[in-house]
Design a protein around this ligand. Structure first.
Ligand code: PGA
Length: 248
């Protein structure tokens, strides 16, 4: 059975509450005009805006997510945010292991797996990001790298209700370079087969990395691409709306 596609906007460290509120309101109007049957739409704003945007997103039928969490429930972890706090602020999802956390903050698979378990503990759905660097792809190691990330960062207990996978080649993020359709297809088949081997079915697999209005439809027509994780283009309301429309 084909799952409902998920269109996720990762706003990263951009905008203040006023900008984000305008974006959510514009998305709400758009989704209302679209009527039912649309894909699931998720936005992941910066931490400070979550609580303010939660009622607006809920009224619009849009899901809200955060961009990271800490593995522990509470304690002396200056500057961190627990999954329970994100749930309390109105989140349903949290992105974990984004390449900007893996490579920008030195996060490894063991920490990522602990964060995923924390998300589940709090009742959040984890969006686990995997993806190779350019050198890995150039040396023919893309599948091996992604497989090792999946082995070490997806804990036992993952299922279609609590987990989404996002394949994001690091070299395609924010660069305007999108992976070729046959490479996306090969990787999504590979991830799907790996999850089947783990005994789980129905986990949605998103593609991310320079997704825009003009390539979203082609990407989402590839087998086992169950949606997209969009960075830069999700900050432009019209562009993001076109991406949502492209999921049909
Ligand atoms: P991008 O970012 O769409 O700007 O390439 C994607 C992401 O980081 O999730």
């Amino acid at each position: 059975m084909a799952s409902r596609k998920l269109i996720a906007g990762n706003w990263k460290m951009n905008g203040l509450t006023g900008d984000s509120r305008e974006r959510v309101v514009a998305m709400a109007d758009f989704l209302r005009r679209q009527g039912g049957g649309a894909p699931e739409v998720l936005v992941c704003p910066p931490f400070t805006q979550l609580a303010a945007l939660a009622p607006l997103a809920a009224a619009a039928g849009m899901a809200l997510g955060a961009q990271d969490c800490h593995p522990e429930i509470s304690g002396a972890f200056t500057g961190d945010m627990s999954a329970e706090m994100l749930k309390d602020a109105g989140c349903a999802y949290v992105i974990i292991g984004h390449s900007e956390r893996r490579w920008g903050h030195g996060e490894g698979d063991t920490l990522i797996a602990a964060k995923v378990k924390a998300a589940w503990r709090a009742g959040l759905k984890a969006i686990i990001c995997v993806g190779e660097r350019e050198a890995d792809r150039d040396s023919g190691q893309a599948l091996t790298v992604v497989e090792s990330q999946m082995i070490a960062s997806i804990p036992q207990g993952a299922n279609a209700e609590n987990t989404v996978l996002a394949y994001e080649p690091v070299w395609a993020i924010g660069t305007g370079k999108t992976a070729k359709s046959n490479d996306i297809s090969e990787m999504h088949d590979f991830i799907h087969a790996y999850l089947s081997k783990m005994g789980v079915s129905g986990i949605r697999i998103l593609y991310g990395g320079s997704v825009k209005a003009d390539n979203a439809n082609e990407i989402m027509n590839i087998k086992h691409v169950d949606g997209v994780l969009v960075g830069g283009a999700s900050l432009k309301v019209e562009e993001f709306q076109k991406i949502v429309t492209a999921a049909d």
